[in-house]
Design a binder for this molecule. Structure first.
Ligand code: N2P
Length: 363
C-alpha cells in the first residue's frame, strides 16, 4: 500500500470510529458528561427525592457514599477522601479537628444566600465561629434504646451499661466514638458529660474497659446498626440517636414495638450535623450550590420530614410534620437541660484521648 493510500485508510477508519461514537452518544452518554457531585453522608440521612430534584434543576449527576460514624468519616477523608468528595456531613465537635487537619475549605457565603434561613441560635457556633467552614444540617441527641421485654425496670441512667449488677445477662452495645463514650462514662461517674482533662478521661477509660470486658458486651457499634441489632434481638440495650430511633420505629412499628429511647439522667450528647466542603473537593462551586439547595425552606422541611430529625432551618418550620416538634425528635425542656455539646479538644488532649481509645479497643 502506498503511503498516500495508507493515510486515507487511516482517515476513513478514524471517521468511522468517530461516527460510531456519535451514534452511541444518546442520552446515556450525555448523562455521563454531566458534572458529578460527590456526597459523603451518614447512612440513611437524605431523602433520595431531594437528590433527584437537585440533579434535575442543575443538570448534574449526584453520586453518594455513606458512613456510620464520625471516626469512620474522618479516617476516610484523611486517606484521600478530601480529594474525592464535594460535601461531607461531620458532627459539631469534628469540625474543628477537620479544620486543624487541613481537610476542609472556607465557604464562600455569597454562593449560599439561604444561610439566612437558619435559626439565629445555629449561626456563628463555638465549634465554627462566623460559620466559616460549616453549615448546620440536622440536629439531635444521643441516648439509650432498650428492649422493654428484656430490661424490665425502665432504666433512667447510664448504669444500665456501666453497672454490671443492673444488667447481668442481657447483651449490650456501646458506641464506636471515643469522646462520646468517655463523656457518657464521665457523666455516670459524676464528672458530667462535658468532662475534660487527663484525670477524668483516665478514670472514665477504666470504667469503659471494665464494661467492655464483661461477657455480655456486644461491641462498639454505630448508632444505626445498634437499632438493627435491637430489632433483631441481638442486643437488649445500646447507645443510639433520637431521630434514628423514631425513624426506625415509624418505618417498622412491629419490630420496634417493645423498644424505648431515653436520655440518661446524668446527661448526654446534643449534636448538630453539618455540611462542609473538603479542602480539595473536585467541584466546590457545585458543592456550595448543593448546600444552598438543602437550605431552601421546602427542601429543609422535606429532609426533616423524611429523616425524623429536627432542622436548624427556621424557614422550613411551617412545612414540618407535627410529630417532629415533640420528644423524642425535639427533646423536652427537661431533657435539653441535661444535653451538652461534646467538648472541642485539640493537640495533646486529642492525641491523649485517641491513645486511650486505641488502648481500650486493643484490650
Ligand atoms: C443518620 C443519623 C446520623 C446522626 N442515620 C448522627 N449524628
Amino acid at each position: 500500500m502506498s503511503k498516500k493510500r495508507g493515510s486515507w485508510c487511516w482517515a476513513l477508519l478514524w471517521a468511522g470510529l468517530v461516527g460510531l461514537s456519535l451514534v452511541g452518544a444518546g442520552p446515556a452518554a450525555a448523562a455521563e458528561s454531566r458534572p458529578t457531585l460527590h456526597l459523603f453522608n451518614w447512612a440513611d440521612y437524605m431523602d433520595p427525592a431531594v437528590i433527584t430534584a437537585f440533579e434535575k434543576q442543575y443538570h448534574v449527576k449526584v453520586v453518594r457514599n455513606f458512613y456510620n460514624s464520625n471516626p469512620e468519616m474522618f479516617a476516610k477523608l484523611q486517606a484521600g477522601g478530601d480529594r474525592q468528595y464535594d460535601v461531607v456531613f461531620p458532627s459539631n465537635y469534628y469540625v474543628p479537628r477537620m479544620i486543624d487537619a487541613g481537610l476542609v475549605q472556607p465557604l464562600d457565603h455569597v454562593r449560599i444566600p439561604n444561610l439566612d434561613n437558619l435559626k439565629p441560635k445555629f449561626r456563628n457556633p463555638a465549634y465554627d465561629p462566623q460559620d466559616r467552614y460549616s453549615v448546620p444540617y440536622q440536629w439531635g441527641d444521643t441516648g439509650l434504646a432498650y428492649d422493654t421485654r428484656k430490661i424490665k425496670n425502665a432504666p433512667q441512667s447510664w448504669a444500665i451499661l456501666f453497672d454490671a449488677t443492673r444488667n447481668p445477662n442481657q447483651p449490650f452495645a456501646m458506641r464506636d466514638d471515643a469522646q462520646m463514650m468517655l463523656g457518657a462514662a464521665c457523666a455516670y461517674q459524676g464528672a458530667g458529660y462535658r468532662c475534660t482533662g487527663r484525670k477524668h478521661w483516665t478514670k472514665a477509660a477504666k470504667l469503659l474497659l471494665a464494661t467492655k470486658q464483661r461477657d455480655n458486651f456486644n461491641g462498639f457499634a454505630a448508632g444505626t446498626p445498634v437499632l438493627q441489632q435491637l430489632a433483631r434481638g441481638t442486643v437488649a440495650v445500646g447507645v443510639t440517636w433520637n431521630g434514628d430511633f423514631y425513624h426506625y420505629r415509624r418505618k417498622d412499628p412491629k419490630a420496634f414495638e417493645h423498644i424505648k429511647f431515653i436520655v440518661p439522667e446524668e446527661g448526654s450528647e446534643l449534636w448538630v450535623d453539618t455540611m462542609v466542603i473538603p479542602k480539595q473537593a473536585p467541584h466546590p462551586k457545585l458543592a456550595a450550590q448543593f448546600i444552598n439547595f438543602v437550605l431552601r425552606a421546602d427542601i429543609g422541611a422535606q429532609i426533616s420530614n423524611r429523616n425524623d430529625y429536627a432542622t436548624p432551618n427556621a424557614a422550613a418550620q411551617p412545612e414540618l410534620k407535627v410529630s417532629l416538634s415533640g420528644p423524642p425528635v425535639t427533646p423536652t425542656d427537661a431533657e435539653l437541660q441535661r444535653l451538652y455539646f461534646t467538648p472541642i479538644i485539640a493537640g495533646d488532649d486529642l492525641a491523649f484521648v485517641n491513645q486511650l481509645w486505641g488502648q481500650l479497643l486493643s484490650r
